[in-house]
Ligand binder design. Structure first.
Ligand code: PA5
Length: 477
């Protein structure tokens, strides 16, 4: 059944405005129509690559089908979420990277910004925490504010071999065991179907409720799988709306012509910027709710495109450094650099046409013109004016920038944004002819950690680490 009416869906369409990337607005610092058209054939080829390989697990393209193939899983998740919401006072996600950034992002985007401080009657569900680090101080801080007996722990790890997540799990397991709690009552796993260690652990203790992260879905493309859907549902987020929004963006990107496909156009704008020396991509939402969408995007973009060889094995060292920035807050810290520093950046604004509330600014301080002019406006008008003013200032200074316009923030529009960025990343990777979906650079660090902590099977790696030259005191000041 379609999500809401066709008119409503149309009214919630996310759009891309790239006027401020063109020579019309930027003069010789902008792209001419001809310069952009030069990317057209490559973009269409990338679109075909992504489209032809949709859903292929062996290429890690399973994420393209998540908006369509999870009917039963969604029903199950909603049922579990209902139980968790009534039974527990705390819900804690243990995970890292792709297993954490999505849950953090959706929670921050669609829940009250002080959700955990609201009374239970307003939250209607447990307090929510995502622990994506092994800083002992942070772990202790969590344990200081939760009661493990009243907590549902969602351990999210595709491999079940990620040191950070598994160390956290061991801490929790010990606490639950000492408290006489049956781990099956308070723990839910989200993991790989067959290979992961969480599967083995679950079998050992006689079956822990487990959701499956499908084989063909990598961590950073997993927000629309149970990785993101269960935590979101526990927080009361409309997960059917998220998936419907993703499907709608998929529909908007059915065209292989970049001028009719927002994700493809966005990929082209980024690739063209990179190939013209803009090796920093700033993601700048003008919304506190979208602050962690920038975080999520940074992982998606950095881990997917930061590669040292093409699919044909040619060395390349591709990638663009994503930077997260928050409007208006960072106008008072980073925008000076964006406006007058090196011409090495392209800025993407995430701009809301309508905020969740207006917050009128009362009249006052009438004798002080610097302050009085604000009275009678709303904070929505102020933040929108500052967004427009920053885009103007960047454009005037000849800086590439474009805007994704969001009619309002809800599950449907968030789902559109997620799918747009996932498609954009896949298209850009295809344009560079790299493997968008692996992360050998991350794996190397994981293996070195195993070796340093004496994990069996990593003796050779330990030798490799030990063979590094002695650190020289002359380099320590
Ligand atoms: O995007 C990725 O693949 C990574 O960030 C992983 O999600 C992260 O390393 C955690 O891995 P796992 O889910 O196996 O614990």
């Amino acid at each position: 059944m379609a999500y809401k009416t066709r008119e409503w869906r149309k009214s919630m369409r996310v759009t891309l405005d790239y006027n401020n990337m063109t020579d019309k607005f930027l003069g010789d610092k902008g792209f001419t129509a001809r310069a952009l058209s030069a990317y057209s054939a490559r973009a269409t080829q990338a679109w075909h690559y992504v489209n032809d390989n949709r859903g292929k697990d062996e290429l890690f393209m399973g994420w393209t089908e998540l908006p369509y193939n999870q009917k039963e899983i969604v029903a199950d998740i909603l049922q579990t979420a209902k139980t968790v919401r009534s039974k527990f006072q705390y819900f804690v996600v243990l995970g890292i990277g792709g297993s954490a950034l999505g849950p953090i992002m959706a929670f921050n985007a669609l829940c009250h910004l002080h959700y955990n401080d609201l009374p239970r009657s307003k939250r209607k569900g447990p307090k929510f925490y995502v622990e994506d680090n092994v800083d002992p101080v942070r772990m202790q801080a969590l344990l200081d504010v939760i009661d493990p007996k009243k907590t549902c722990f969602n351990v999210i790890s595709k491999s079940g071999a990620t040191s950070e997540t598994m160390a956290q799990y061991l801490v929790i397991l010990d606490l639950l065991t000492k408290a006489g709690v049956d781990v099956k009552e308070n723990v839910i796993f989200t993991t790989d179907a067959k290979k992961g260690n969480l599967k083995k652990i679950s079998d050992e203790v006689g079956g822990i409720k487990s959701y499956i992260l499908p084989d063909g879905v990598g961590g950073r493309f997993s927000q629309l799988s149970p990785v993101g859907l269960l935590p979101a549902a526990v927080c009361g987020i409309d997960i059917k709306g998220l998936l419907a929004g993703a499907a709608y963006m998929d529909y908007l990107c059915k065209n292989s012509n970049m001028r009719k496909n927002p994700a493809l156009m966005s990929a082209v704008l980024q690739v063209a910027s990179m190939e013209n020396g803009k090796n920093i991509g700033v993601m700048m939402p003008y919304s506190d709710n979208l602050k962690y969408l920038a975080d999520w995007y940074c992982q998606l973009w950095a881990e997917s495109l930061g590669k040292n060889e093409t699919l044909d094995g040619a060395p390349c060292n591709i990638g663009q450094t994503p930077v997260k920035s928050l409007g208006v807050t960072d106008q008072h810290s980073q925008v000076q650099l964006y406006t007058e520093g090196p011409y090495d950046k392209v800025v993407t604004f995430l701009s809301l046409k309508k905020y969740g509330c207006e917050m009128p600014i009362p009249h006052g301080c009438e004798n002080i013109p610097d302050v009085a002019f604000l009275g009678g406006h709303t904070m929505e008008e102020l933040i929108q004016a500052e967004n427009a003013a920053t885009a103007y200032a960047l454009t005037k200074a000849g800086r590439l920038n474009y805007t994704l316009w969001i009619p309002e923030l809800n599950a449907f529009t968030l789902g559109q944004l997620l799918f747009l960025f996932e498609l954009q990343t896949a298209y850009a990777g295809a344009m560079f002819n790299i493997n968008t979906f692996n992360q050998p650079g991350v794996e190397e660090g994981k293996k070195a950690t195993f070796a340093l902590l004496g994990k069996a099977g990593y003796a050779e790696k330990k030798k490799e680490l030990d063979s590094l030259p002695e650190k020289s005191n002359t380099c320590i000041v």
